[in-house]
Design a protein around this ligand. Structure first.
Ligand code: NI
Length: 191
């Protein structure tokens, strides 16, 4: 396993639609090593998720894991999840406002609107189909990561640019209110 360099905003790999991965290719040592590197790099950077294009690999693979995350201490936990060729389908049209950040957009956060309930369909790292529902803050994390494999960054979805702020300004001016907002969302959606 190896730590990979994380691509930052401006790198073309972050703006390209990543390609699907076939099952035979997925099971190859190269792709399995790529997934191990994705997880190791995500954990090293304290990411809640990381998409393969963020480590300069333009394929439709994302890793998500939230466990005592120091970058996002209010996020509900998500066990390590690897999604290959994921497809998200909103359930209903409810949305919520999420204050997001991204390892590929250093020291910036902003408010984006996300669907509150989703069905997730994908392959796991072994090529087996998985399907589950997610909601609330966790659903926001899945949407953020799947955006990456479509070449979309959270800043594209920020409707009100006055919400953009550094992490220090987030902590100083927004964190208390956002934590209360997160508690309401978790109470409503269970995650
Ligand atoms: Ni990101």
């Amino acid at each position: 396993m190896a730590l990979r360099k994380i691509a930052t905003i401006g790198e073309p790999v972050l703006r390209t639609r990543a390609r699907e991965v076939g099952v035979d290719e997925l099971r190859s040592p190269r792709m399995q090593a790529l997934i191990d590197d994705l997880v190791e790099t995500m954990r090293d950077a304290n990411g809640a998720g990381l998409a393969a294009p963020q480590i300069h690999e333009p394929v439709r693979i994302v890793a998500i894991e939230v466990s005592n995350n120091p970058r996002y201490p209010y996020k509900p936990e998500i066990p390590l999840t690897i999604l290959v060729n994921p497809v998200l389908e909103p359930i209903g049209d409810e949305t919520f406002e999420n204050f997001e950040g991204c390892l590929s957009v250093p020291d910036l956060r902003g408010v984006v609107e996300r669907f509150a309930r989703l069905r997730v369909r994908a392959l796991d790292r072994h090529g087996e189909p998985v399907e589950f529902e997610t909601a609330g803050i966790s659903a926001g994390t899945f949407q953020h990561e799947v955006d990456h494999i479509d070449g979309v960054l959270f800043v594209d979805r920020v409707r009100d640019p006055t919400t953009l702020c550094t992490w220090a300004a987030f902590r100083r001016y927004h964190e208390a209110a956002f934590r209360a907002h997160v508690e309401e969302i978790v109470a409503r959606y269970g995650s």
